[in-house]
Design a protein around this ligand. Sequence first.
Ligand SMILES: N[C@@H](CCC(=O)N[C@@H](CS)C(=O)NCC(=O)O)C(=O)O
Length: 219
Amino acid sequence: MNRLVIGTRRYSSWSLRGWLAVKCAGLPVRDEVIALRGGGQTSEIHEISPNGLVPFLEHDGARVWESLAICEYCAELAPVLWPEARIARAHARSIAGQMHAGFGALRQALPMNFGRVPRPLEEITQAVSADVAAIDRLWVDTRATFGAGGAFLFGTDFTCADIMFAPVASRFTSYAIALSAEAEAYRNAVMTHPLMLEWANLAAGEPESWQLERYEAVR
Ligand SMILES: N[C@@H](CCC(=O)N[C@@H](CS)C(=O)NCC(=O)O)C(=O)O
């Protein structure tokens, strides 16, 4: 069975990463969407995915979980998903890993919500501001060093590094986060990537009954 199991598109940032990687690699897999209950309570996922979380990929006998592992799997089949040059590739892997492992304050306070009418949070903690500043700097520095000739972190190709940060671009949009001009341009490039527009469109078509108060009520 070839399938990518994902959660509610409106909220599931890790699913978005897996889905983008699979789409960029052109894997012929069917999307299976499970309505999330949040906080690891979606018991159906436990019967499918070894870590009890989405995304989960099955492709030609391979079973892959953890979004970064899915990115790596897709990049084996579509090497363009990492920059070709060794030093750029090392940087791309480092920042993708940093995103996968970090920026917890930002992820906690600004849950991804594709349906949120963009508006600022009532209050932003210092820890969140520090994450925003670090990501802004990281985007700007990466683009300045490796991004010449294109709109993405490593130029024209949309790599796994862009994929790992794509939900952050969505969060910065939904919560009207102020960025430097360069980071803002990059955020825009990500949000208008055709696959991001496709995801937004699919998210908008999800049943209203899938919406969760805990994410909708974020002030
Ligand atoms: N480290 C995992 C995180 C995956 C994760 O936390 N997925 C969330 C959805 S975004 C989930 O499955 N939640 C289960 C639930 O809400 O019940 C990855 O990179 O794939």
